[in-house]
Design a protein around this ligand. Structure first.
Ligand SMILES: Nc1ncnc2c1ncn2[C@@H]1O[C@H](COP(=O)(O)OP(=O)(O)O)[C@@H](O)[C@H]1O
Ligand SMILES: [Mg+2]
Length: 366
């Protein structure tokens, strides 16, 4: 097992596209790190550079303390699982998993030991004699992971391994992958565009956008303390509401004036933090789960206001209510027992302990 270091890593493709613009990242031994971001942000390029499948334009990559810039993929001691995991159709599951080790001339009994061990971890012991066409999508995905596990590499690299599976299976396999990592502890770099997959799997999440790293943190850190507007909007579902507002100074306290003349008092303990933005235009960020029906909370900094629902989305365990503040769409998450009616004004409560302020010019979350 090993740590992975990226130092000022740049990838410029022919034609001048800078896919990765000088990223730094330290991944600890045994850590499960997920690279997440929208399509085209440079996730696969980064992973392929770690694997050695893509040359680095500048910078340095080290695995286990050794710089691997000039080391070919087969000598990097990594194992990769892709979205399109091609299993050999004419080989059994056992042979598919054993293949890489056979090529590397491992002794037969060592191969058997490793394949049986991986089959036990993945719970596919019964399938070893089957051909891929007799497997379900999830079982095939397990075999693809088995091929990586038997190699016992320093690092696992996953590139959107679950994207071809249907939604339900994706959730199941997500749990499987987490269990596997809890068992084998191999350092893992996992790429996905799905923020839920990232949050559920990762020890630390790396949010990428347009070839740069926006923020690195634990799932909790990214959720509670997003550093940028991009991260604030990308992590969490439904996405954080961002409402244009004016931050006003009044009688030693700050308040937010929202469209529709809704005025919310800023928590006193945030006055100092937000003082530099006083008098200016800001984006008021609040997640739907912090915008609810009024409840009897004995907590300070809950502000109520009224609005009329435009769209009501009952989900069973909760109801999403969408209203508009002078053209700015806002989503709230309500208890399904609360009566809500389209067009009829109702009270909402904003938990301002959970608010964010974004400086529109820089996109910084203050
Ligand atoms: N072989 C290539 N040649 C030129 N441009 C590429 C190549 N591969 C990827 N790109 C470009 O680099 C950027 C990042 O791509 P990629 O790393 O595949 O993104 P992601 O995996 O995050 O969707 C994109 O703009 C993509 O079009
Ligand atoms: Mg990709």
């Amino acid at each position: 097992m090993a740590q992975v270091s990226l130092r000022r890593v740049v990838k410029e493709y022919e034609g001048g596209v800078q896919a990765v613009k000088g990223i730094d990242l330290e991944i600890a031994d045994e850590e499960f790190v997920v690279l997440v971001g929208p399509s085209g942000c440079g996730k696969s390029t980064t992973l392929r550079m770690i694997a050695g499948l893509e040359e680095i334009s500048s910078g340095e990559i080290a695995i286990g303390g050794m710089v691997v810039n000039d080391i070919p993929p087969r000598d990097r001691d990594i194992a990769m699982v892709f979205q399109n995991y091609a299993l050999y159709p004419h080989m059994t599951v056992y042979e598919n998993m054993a293949f890489g080790l056979t090529l590397r001339r491992f002794p037969k009994d060592e191969i058997r030991r490793r394949v049986e061990n991986a089959a036990r971890i993945l719970d596919i012991g019964e399938l070893l004699d089957r051909k891929p066409k007799a497997l379900s999508g999830g079982q095939r995905q397990r075999v693809a992971m088995g091929r990586a596990i038997v190699r016992d590499p320093k690092v696992f690299l996953f590139d959107e391994p679950l994207s071809n599976l249907d939604a339900k299976l994706r959730v199941q396999m997500r749990v499987e992958i987490k269990k596997v990592h809890q068992t084998v502890r191999t350092t893992t770099v996992y790429v996905t565009h799905d923020q839920v997959e990232a949050m559920t799997l990762a020890d630390r999440v790396v949010v990428m956008n347009q070839g740069i790293i926006e923020q690195v943190g634990t799932p909790q850190e990214l959720y509670h303390r997003p550093a940028t507007r991009f991260v604030a909007g990308f992590i969490g579902s439904p996405a954080m509401n961002m409402i244009p507002a004016r931050l006003e100074n009044g009688a030693g306290a700050l308040r937010l004036r929202l469209p529709g003349d809704i005025v919310l008092p800023v928590p006193a303990e945030r006055t100092q933090r937000y003082a530099p933005l006083a008098g200016g235009e800001v984006l008021f960020g609040i997640r739907p789960e912090h915008l609810t029906e009024p409840k009897n909370l004995d907590r300070p900094n809950i502000a109520t206001f009224e609005a009329a629902p435009e769209v009501i989305e009952p989900l069973g365990m909760e109801t999403l209510v969408i209203f508009s503040l002078q053209g700015n769409e806002v989503t709230a998450r309500l208890d399904p027992a609360v009566p809500a009616e389209r067009g009829r004004k109702m009270p909402f409560a904003a938990d301002l302990n959970q608010m964010h302020l974004i400086e529109p010019r820089t996109g910084r979350v203050l």
